[in-house]
Design a protein around this ligand. Sequence first.
Ligand SMILES: [Zn+2]
Ligand SMILES: [Zn+2]
Length: 199
Amino acid sequence: MTRNPFSLGILGATTPDDNGIFDGVNEFFDSGTWLVIRNLSLFLAGVFWLATAYWVYKDARRRIEDPWLVAMATVLGLIPPFVGPLIYMLFRPPEYLEDVRERELEIKAMEERLALRDLHCPVCRAEVDETFLVCPVCTTKLKEACLNCKAPLDALWQVCPFCETPIDRPSALGIGTAIEEPRRRRMRRPRAESSEQSL
Ligand SMILES: [Zn+2]
Ligand SMILES: [Zn+2]
């Protein structure tokens, strides 16, 4: 009997209080402070949205060569706000263009280095210089010397590029014999003689 009025009293006391809080909340949402906070958050969200789209554009330009694909990535960064950049991050190319170019240049330089190193004697595989007439290790004849200026001549040359002396070879096709013959005639003998002398 005494509890009911008590509880009613509490209810009676709480209901205006609740209304008071509700009114306060309503007042707060109607107030200028809320407007300022809401506009500020909207503004920040907009700035963040544009910033993520700009980041997608910058990143896409560093990774994608085709300008149309860059434009499409930028649109994707803009259109589902904040989700677009995440989707872009899932599908973007894994490497920067400059890294790809750098690696290609490195591979090319390595191939050139290997090609340079490839200059060696066909018989004993010793490294030889482009200007060598004879392999210094096994005395294999590598190149003919110009009769006039003694410059080393390439196998395909028809005339000495240094002194314009025409090159007459025993036969245009018999390169093997052209190399073999002088080696036996000119190179083997001095080597044998010198080794005999040294012994
Ligand atoms: Zn050799
Ligand atoms: Zn010459």
